[in-house]
Design a protein around this ligand. Sequence first.
Ligand code: PNW
Length: 491
Amino acid sequence: ARSALGIQLRRFPDDFIFGAATAAYQIEGGWNADDKGENVWDYITHNNPNYIVDQTNGDVAADSYHNYKRDVEMMRELGLDAYRFSFAWSRILPLGFNNYVSKSGIAFYDNYINEMIKYNITPMATLYHWDLPQKIQDLGGFANPLFSDWFEDYARVVFEHFGDRIKKWLTFNEPREICFEGYGSHTKAPAINITDVGTYICAKNLVIAHAKAYRAYNRDYKPVQNGECGITISVNWFGPLTNSTEDQFAAEMRRQAEWGIYAEPIFSKDGGFPKELEERVATKSLQQGYQWSRMPSFTEEERMFVRGTYDFFGVNHYTAYLVSANEYLTDQIEPSLLDDVGVGIHVPEEWPKSASSWLTQAPNSIYNSLVHLKNKYNDPIFYITENGWSTTPSDSLFDEDRVKYYRAALESVLNAIDAGVRIKGYMAWSLMDNFEWLLGYTERFGLYHVDFESPNRTRTPRKSAFVYKQIVKSRTIDPNYEPETMIMTIE
Ligand code: PNW
């Protein structure tokens, strides 16, 4: 294929899956529709409105609970192969446990999925995207070792009802954000902020829960349903600031802290937590007066149980940082994951900035991440399950910076394919604007703008939607493509 200017363009393989992603709490609304139970985001936003910068919540959000047909229409407009969405545990099991299954919850997802299937859009489903039933949180949530049994129970209900139509499963979305942000700090619900052990205890229970769900699927559903199951981990690139041995080691420690804690037990040959980090935390814990390591160990049986529980590796990738040794600056006096690692991070001035403080456009960072993971974890199959760019609510529909970001990111995917990485698909974050957690509606990630003031939550395509549509259709990235109009049609 050639661009308008006659440049030879690289092609995505014919079986490469292009899609877009969302998550239940961020789009659905219907927070108390029918018999839906309360989840940790309902609880925290209702009881502590100031937790969210604009004092909003996901009570209505993009109201996909009522607009799901419009959502599928947008997928058809974009010509998507696939759509990644998540199930709300508290909509399926309002009481948290599997003693009671909601008929209306099941019906909602049946309708949504059937509408996708009707138009040949492959559903990819996440079982858990951060909306824990509050009752399970009251019992300790991910800190309770029984959590993994309750999660398996929930997973089985979902496999049972929807596995005839869903062939691509993800157990958890982003363990780092669940554990580090939700338990080891306060930047996601339930904001437990127990910095010394919160992240580590959650990490162990989470990977065991993942493994229980994976093994349940493998044993009892896969033989008839024939699907695949993985997990999505947020993998941003952390490279060394300089080539010094110290900075290189610092970068490796930071990678272990960011995603190695969750990836190593599942994807590595030996299983268990990353060894250097495990030693570091054990040593520091003793120095700090603990009689045990703040990072729990795996029994031999647990290590083997979790190891190898994947059919593919889901990667949420957004950005990169440069890491330096001996520059850890903090006023935190409590032991914590970041203190255990004790490194500094830098973002070069020249990397373009988004509306989100943590998100810049770093060069070729998908390639760097995937090649690293391929070598470290024995060449698994990958999907990019999220990648995207934020703008502010007042930015125009002509989102040139988002267009640039997507083109560069997809070029980086092509670089990875050329390097032999087995990457099979890419999901843009997000199909539409949604509730951006602590940032409420102040940061926008959508290919479609959502008018949160309008009763129907009107969706309007941005320029990036037209550009993505052209990429999906042509399987190439034309750097000069310009949409002729901003009127969207279905082809
Ligand atoms: C993802 N980081 O979280 C989530 O899966 C989405 O729900 C969310 O809306 C989206 O990114 C945009 O924020 C991330 O620190 C959290 O690089 C943190 C990072 C990246 C993604």
